[in-house]
Structures are given as structure tokens and as C-alpha cells.
Write a protein that binds this ligand. Structure first.
Ligand code: UD1
Length: 434
């Protein structure tokens, strides 16, 4: 017996939901609060397991947390770290969430030294941190790798630098923005990531007292100050969560509106839906996708923003499995991000996989099955496909969904779909006809 999520299929999703605050903005912004000893308040923080994890990491380092209405829409948290009780983060703290590694920069900037466990690879690929470490070295840090731990010191202080990234790494851009914001002088990052979450980081650091130009472009200039102050910021809506609900609407040929998210942040996905034959309405802070049409297959490629987000590859691929004709999906960001394909096969999807490319022959006849969600977005793709399939789909390892989708059952219900928690053996549930 174990926990699984039952997704009841074959009804089209219609209606509107509100996107929560962006998880991938909240995680680094929580870490950026370490750069000051004054209180920083973040609002529209989603109640997700990944957020709880980073809060626990900060508490272990000496931060005081004041939670206001966490768990409801627009939960807020005030964090103050008057003094750091330590400047190290062990493997047990880092391994649960790779992004925890980004704590290295704020610790080093504030304490002049830091020891943080290497994140290692994970299920979607190798995920190295060489870009982070090369940039910190250019800023005057001494970096040593021993026993799986990064030992960083800055015996002569950190200095501004002119850094060129070989790839627009999201994590490295966050990390160097945080460090540069606390150093006097101007740091330039060339080849920076352009994701909306980077603009959020720049906004927070500017409110704390740094001067930042170019966030959202590939060249960012940061003029920092050692005396960053407390401030507050309301998080942007989660473009990946929003995109997932829109994919579910498309897979079920419904009409779904997501409020609380800027269309430009979802970007390329909406162009892809248009090419498939959907009608798109872009509001200031809302998106409607009407998929009640004959749809056609498309060829898509993931890439750094503004290209199709790798985090939306799995949910989109699931939607494309329902579209008659041929589609293809190329994954350029992570080498091993196709583990959902084997699970989608169990639902009857026709997908051929070669290296980093999936060729899909769409079918309107997916059928519910017992499947495993290997990571957050893989599990989300199974929700999307399950909603479009005949019968029920049982997804084991549902904790992955809790990492990235706040109140999933409630939001799917608002769109007319059904998802519920089950404690059972998924295969047994199928054969008992539940
Ligand atoms: C972040 C997001 C993740 C998203 C990804 C790409 C969060 C918490 N995570 O992850 O959801 O899928 O961006 O948009 O916001 N790389 C290197 N060396 C490095 C760093 C990265 O080679 O030092 C490579 C990675 O292996 C990968 C690519 O660069 O192939 C992208 O990585 P990066 O942008 O750093 O992703 P993350 O920050 O880990």
C-alpha cells in the first residue's frame, strides 16, 4: 500500500484558475534575504514542499521566519537573519533540492567563507556547477573541492568582475547577482540567463539598495553595496504552473483561463499553441487558451528563455500525444529529461525516442494506467495525459507534484476535472475497477 494520485480522465477542462507565486523565483529570493541583517518580506509565496525546504535551510543557518497566511493565496513570509549561526550547508540539506546549492553565494558574500555540499546529478541530467564556480573565482573567491563539498573563501574580500557565461545558466545568474549586489563596484555578466525569475531577483536586490541594469537581457550590470537593507516584494505568478494548466486544457480540448500570470512570461508556449490551431487571448495578467478546435501536430525545441522552457517540455509533450498527426519535441537543456515517455507509453501514447528527440504520433485514444511520476514535471505530464485518457490514471510518488503544484486537486476541480489522493496499490485499484 502506498500513496498515489488518481486522475479521472476524459472530460474537457473549462474555466479559470489563479497561478500561485513563482516557485522558481521564490527559492532564490528566499536565499537572497541572507544578504542583509534587516527583515525582508516576500508575498505571494506558494505553499510548496520546495519552499518549506529552503525555509528550513535558512532556519538552520540562523534566520528568523515570520509566516503570514502561508497556505492561502498570497501567503507572505518575513525573514530576518541578524546573525548567521553557521556558514555551511551539508549534503543532507542540499541533496533534497538542487537549487539549495545557490546558498553558496549569499553565505560567501556575507561571511567571507562558505562550505556547501555539491548538488550532484539528478534524475534529469548531470547538472554541473562549473559556471557558478568559475564566476565566483573571477570575483576573488578561492574554491576548493574536497569530500564532495565546495570550500569557498575570500581572504582578500570579493571584487567586482567582468564575467562571460559559456551558457545562460539560471542558477549561476542568480548566484552571481546575489554576490555582486553586496560588493562595491560594478560587475558585468555577459551571456546571462534572461528568465523572468532573474528579473525578480534584480528587482529584489535593487529594492535592497543595489543598482542593476539589463536584467532580462543577456548583459547585466550590477553595482553593489556592502550595506543592503530590508525591503519587500510581491512574487510574480508561476509561468510553469500556468503553462501546465494550459497544456491540460489543450489535451482535453477545453478552454482554460489562467489568471495571475503575465503572457510574456509564458512566451513561446503560447506561440506553439497558436501554431497547433488554438485561439489565444492575452490579458495584462491572464491567458486564455481555447482548444475546442481541430488541432495539428508541431515540432518544438526547448531552450533558455524566451525559447520553450524545459520545465514545460513534459506537459506539452503529453498534450501533443492527443493531437492527431506527427509532432516532435527536442530537449536541448537537460540530457535525460524524457523519463515521462516510458510512463506515457503505458497510457497508449505513440512516441519514438532517440537521444534528445521524441517523435510523437498523436492518438485520441489514451487509456488510464498505473504510472510513476519521476520528477515534478514528469508527474505533471502524467496529470495532463491522465485527464485526457479514458478511465483513471494512478500516479505513484505524488510528492513530486507537491513540490511544484499548490492545491492541485482544488485547481483541477475549478476547471471541472477530478484528481484525488488514494492510499492503495495503484495496479490493484485499476483491476478493482475504481
Ligand atoms: C533552473 C530551474 C529549472 C529549469 C532550469 C532551466 C529553478 C529552481 N530551477 O535550474 O527548473 O529547468 O533552470 O531553465 O529555478 N549547466 C552547466 N554548468 C553550470 C550550470 C548549468 O553546465 O554551472 C548546464 C546544466 O547542466 C543544464 C543547463 O546548463 O544543461 C541549464 O542549467 P541551469 O540554467 O543552471 O538550470 P538550473 O539553474 O539548475
Amino acid at each position: 500500500m502506498y500513496e498515489c494520485i488518481e486522475v479521472v480522465g476524459k472530460g474537457s477542462l473549462n474555466g479559470s484558475v489563479v497561478a500561485g507565486g513563482a516557485k522558481n523565483a521564490a527559492l532564490p529570493l528566499l536565499m537572497a534575504t541572507l544578504l542583509t541583517d534587516e527583515p525582508v518580506t516576500l508575498s505571494n509565496v506558494p505553499a510548496l514542499e520546495d519552499i518549506t525546504h529552503v525555509r528550513q535551510l535558512l532556519e538552520a543557518l540562523g534566520s528568523q521566519m515570520d509566516l503570514h497566511r502561508i497556505g492561502l493565496d498570497g501567503g507572505a513570509v518575513t525573514i530576518q537573519t541578524k546573525e548567521l549561526s553557521r556558514h555551511s550547508a551539508s549534503h543532507s540539506l542540499i541533496k533534497a533540492l538542487r537549487a539549495s546549492f545557490w546558498i553558496l553565494g549569499p553565505l560567501l558574500a556575507r561571511c567571507g567563507e562558505a562550505q556547501v555540499s555539491l548538488p550532484g546529478g539528478d534524475i534529469i541530467g548531470a547538472r554541473p556547477v562549473d559556471i557558478h564556480l568559475e564566476a565566483l573565482t573571477a570575483m576573488g573567491a578561492n574554491i576548493e573541492l574536497k569530500h564532495g563539498v565546495v570550500f569557498a573563501t575570500a581572504p582578500h574580500g570579493l571584487r567586482p568582475a567582468h564575467i562571460t557565461f559559456r551558457y545562460p545558466s539560471v542558477g549561476a545568474t542568480h548566484q552571481i547577482l546575489m554576490v555582486a549586489a553586496r560588493i562595491s563596484g560594478t560587475t558585468i555578466i555577459e551571456g546571462a540567463a534572461r528568465e523572468p525569475e532573474i528579473e525578480s531577483m534584480a528587482e529584489l536586490l535593487s529594492r535592497m539598495g543595489a543598482h542593476i541594469e539589463g536584467a532580462g537581457t543577456s548583459r547585466i550590470l550590477i553595482s553593489g553595496t556592502p550595506h543592503l537593507s530590508g525591503t519587500s516584494l510581491d512574487l510574480i505568478g508561476d509561468r510553469i504552473e500556468a503553462g501546465t494548466y494550459l497544456c491540460a486544457g489543450v489535451a482535453t480540448r477545453g478552454k482554460v483561463t489562467v489568471n495571475g500570470v503575465r503572457p510574456a512570461h509564458v512566451g513561446k508556449l503560447l506561440d506553439i499553441f497558436s501554431e497547433m490551431g488554438c485561439e489565444i487571448e492575452r490579458g495584462n495578467n491572464s491567458i486564455t487558451v481555447d482548444a475546442q478546435h481541430d488541432l495539428r501536430g508541431v515540432s518544438v525545441t526547448t531552450g533558455p528563455f524566451p525559447e520553450l522552457a524545459t520545465d514545460l517540455q513534459a506537459p506539452l509533450l503529453a498534450a501533443l500525444c492527443t493531437v492527431e498527426g506527427e509532432s516532435s519535441v527536442e530537449e536541448t537543456v537537460y540530457e535525460a529529461r524524457f523519463r515521462h515517455v516510458a510512463e506515457l507509453w503505458r497510457l497508449g501514447a505513440h512516441i519514438e525516442l532517440s537521444d534528445r528527440c521524441a517523435r510523437i504520433i498523436g492518438t485520441p485514444r489514451l487509456s488510464g494506467a498505473a504510472v510513476e511520476g519521476h520528477d515534478i514535471r514528469a508527474a505533471a505530464s502524467l496529470v495532463v495525459a491522465g485527464l485526457a485518457a479514458e478511465g483513471s490514471t494512478f500516479i505513484s510518488e505524488p510528492h513530486h507534484l507537491r513540490r511544484g503544484y499548490e492545491r492541485l486537486e482544488e485547481k483541477i476541480a475549478a476547471l471541472g476535472g477530478t484528481i484525488c489522493n488514494r492510499i492503495a496499490d495503484a495496479e490493484d485499484l485499476m483491476f478493482s475497477g475504481c
